[in-house]
Design a protein around this ligand. Structure first.
Ligand code: TRP
Length: 345
């Protein structure tokens, strides 16, 4: 890949991020991504949050369900606190320029760069030659998402770090190849701290995931208080009491995860939580955790239900978001077309 890229871009700071419209969202998505999306609205003037349905079709979702899933993720953004009047919320496929810029970037990115992407290797497994070209090309489309808005900051999970590096390499090579050194910014990842990594309730070494076959491994954003209590009570722990301090969590990943969730949800430090619960058993801690979780998620679930019950209102928000996204994207795409040298009447 390119050597240390040099940042010459001097345009405005802008946040862009996206989530796939796959199965229901869970606590890991909320604490890891959505909470961050919300907080960034106060730190940046321009935040753009996309539901990436073009990316989703690399996994062949049911066409009868795709639009509903896209709406549901958009509803979760709003329910979590992303304000559609301040931020732009939209569905990726509604802005055609994402696909157009991805094609230009296909001619900038090198095969060797993509062949190194660990997420493709993980997803394709042993059958890379039978994967769709789209799955291989996924990170190029991601670069187009970000750079179509000349976004400078991208909140993502640790697992997206390599894709962000690829976005920087594509931006840098485009700028070099077309002798437009300050055209695209080299976008920076905003990676959440390790404290926000939420693990499976059954196995503290695995990430909480929507693709885990067991629903008992995760807390969904729409779970009610009884379901949360049941899942937390059945969460894996060990027979020892909670430790008095952070150091005592070493080698106890499940316990560390539950304490971390309590701290994140109640906006307290891990040490502070252990000061209260250290020495106590899980019979005391688990109901307390379920209670703070249920209290945190109840208003989000209620808001999601309200938004999902009125798809026309939600669609109006998404149509407005797509208009505002296009208003930024189209002039930038027009510039790209000029830089590349496409015909223009
Ligand atoms: N690949 C990202 C993920 O799975 C989703 C995504 C698509 C994205 N386009 C993006 C994230 C642009 C940030 C910016 O999490």
């Amino acid at each position: 890949m390119t050597d240390t890229p040099s940042q010459q871009y001097s345009g405005p700071r802008r946040v862009f991020s996206g989530m796939q419209p796959t199965n229901g969202l869970h606590l890991g998505n909320y604490l890891g991504a959505l909470q961050k999306f919300v907080a960034l609205q106060d730190a940046f003037e321009s935040c753009i949050y996309c539901v990436v349905d073009l990316h989703a079709i690399t996994a062949g979702p049911d066409p009868k369900e795709l639009a509903a899933k896209s709406r549901e993720v958009a509803a979760a953004y709003i329910a979590a606190g992303v304000d559609p009047t301040r931020s732009i919320i939209f569905i990726q496929s509604a802005v055609r320029e994402h696909s157009e810029l991805a094609w230009v970037f296909n001619c900038v990115a090198r095969m060797g760069w993509l062949e190194r992407m660990t997420q493709f290797k993980d997803k394709a497994g042993k059958h890379a030659e039978r994967s769709s070209v789209g799955l291989f090309d996924y990170p190029v489309l991601q670069a187009a998402d970000i750079l179509l808005y000349k976004a400078t900051h991208v909140p993502v999970g640790e697992d997206q770090k390599q894709h962000l590096e690829l976005s920087r390499d594509i931006a840098q090579k485009f700028n070099n190849d077309y002798e437009a050194p300050a055209f695209f910014p080299l976008p920076e990842p905003l990676i959440q701290g390790p404290g926000a990594r939420i693990m499976s309730l059954r196995d503290g070494t695995k990430k909480m995931s929507k693709s885990d076959p067991s629903d008992m491994t995760r807390i969904n954003l729409t779970d009610d208080a009884d379901t949360i209590m049941n899942k937390i009570k059945k969460a894996t722990t060990d027979p020892h009491p909670l430790p008095e301090a952070k150091e005592g969590l070493a080698g106890r990943p499940e316990v560390e995860n539950l304490v971390g969730i309590y701290a994140a949800v109640s906006d307290r430090g891990v040490d502070d939580v252990l000061k209260e619960f250290g020495g106590k058993g899980f019979g005391a801690f688990k109901p307390a955790l379920a209670e703070v979780l249920a209290a945190k998620l109840a208003p989000i679930a209620a808001d999601m239900r309200r938004l999902n019950a009125d798809p026309a209102a939600l669609d109006a928000i998404l149509a407005d978001g797509a208009d505002r996204a296009r208003a930024i994207a189209q002039p930038i795409m027009a510039e790209v077309r000029d830089v590349v040298g496409f015909w223009r009447a």
